[in-house]
Design a protein around this ligand. Structure first.
Ligand code: GDP
Ligand code: MN
Ligand code: MN
Length: 253
């Protein structure tokens, strides 16, 4: 497979009401099978999924967490409001958002937006990806895949990488189970999270600060088959279950 990865340059600062698919389609020649990756931050800005800190009244929980983390309680409240389940409160909030993604600070950002504002993740990232894909089809006639990405921290390893938050037109997972290796062994376990791999390289091209590249097109991906169960169910997720176990009692107590 030989991929080309094309940044979409010269996009303006995005504000609520902007037509992101039209802005993208006007700056790149799309082909069938291309994968258009879009930073969740700009998708959310275009749709107005942002909040003004001045409009937020923190609850006692946000105030309590703020005393531990030193963060603005209104910022913490925006995170709590965006969360369907909080796994960790300290040293940072780690929570699940609608759609199943689990992220540090619920993916709420204070960067690449005006002062005293926050950017929320899209409330329905799968629908967001489908909507962008449909819009691109209408404008260009091309059938592309779409991934909405966010830069996320990881467990066990330092450093953030791009993750897929929502996707459309492609399978999240490439399923290798049943395939044979070079020696004829049947693979029993391997499922490759291709949407995260593509989000990772796209995120690298986007950069995190003032690059101004919130969308990247990946060309040349061979089609893959698999499924969309990217997020573990609660039953499957044994690390999440381990986090829920109360702290081990101290010796002799
Ligand atoms: P996130 O990973 O979705 O949280 O988004 P980031 O804040 O890391 O931004 C990803 C890329 O998009 C970076 O290159 C930013 O400079 C760029 N970016 C963010 N907002 C805008 C915008 O409104 N317009 C343009 N042109 N680029 C933006
Ligand atoms: Mn982000
Ligand atoms: Mn980022």
């Amino acid at each position: 497979m030989k991929l080309t990865i094309e940044p979409i340059e010269d996009l303006p600062l995005i504000h609520a009401g902007d037509d992101l698919p039209a802005l993208i389609a006007g700056r790149v020649a799309l082909d069938d099978g291309d994968i258009v990756t879009i930073a969740s931050s700009v998708y959310s800005k275009a749709k107005g999924h942002t909040r003004r800190l001045a409009d937020i009244t923190p609850t006692p929980r946000a105030v309590r967490i703020s005393k531990m983390t030193g963060e603005d309680p209104r910022f913490l409240q925006s995170i709590l409001d965006a969360s369907v389940d909080v796994l960790i409160e300290f040293p940072f909030i780690l929570s699940e958002v609608a759609g199943g993604h689990i992220g540090v600070r619920a993916g709420v950002d204070q960067s690449n937006i005006e002062d005293e504002m926050v950017i929320l993740l899209p409330p329905d990232p799968m629908a967001a990806a489908a909507e962008v894909r449909d819009a691109l089809k209408k404008i260009t006639g091309r059938d592309v895949g779409v991934i909405i990405t966010d830069t996320c921290g990881r467990a066990f390893r330092r450093g953030q990488t791009g993750n897929a938050i929502g996707w459309s037109g492609i399978f999240a997972i490439r399923d290798f189970r049943g395939d044979t290796d070079l020696f004829g062994h049947v693979l029993k376990i391997t499922e490759e999270a291709v949407v995260d791999e593509i989000a990772g390289i796209a995120n690298f091209v986007m950069g995190e600060s003032n690059n101004g590249v919130p969308a990247v097109v990946v060309k040349g991906c061979e089609k893959w088959t698999g499924h969309d169960d990217l997020f573990f169910s609660r039953k499957e997720d044994f690390i999440r279950r381990a986090l829920a176990v109360p702290a081990r009692p101290k010796k002799n107590t």
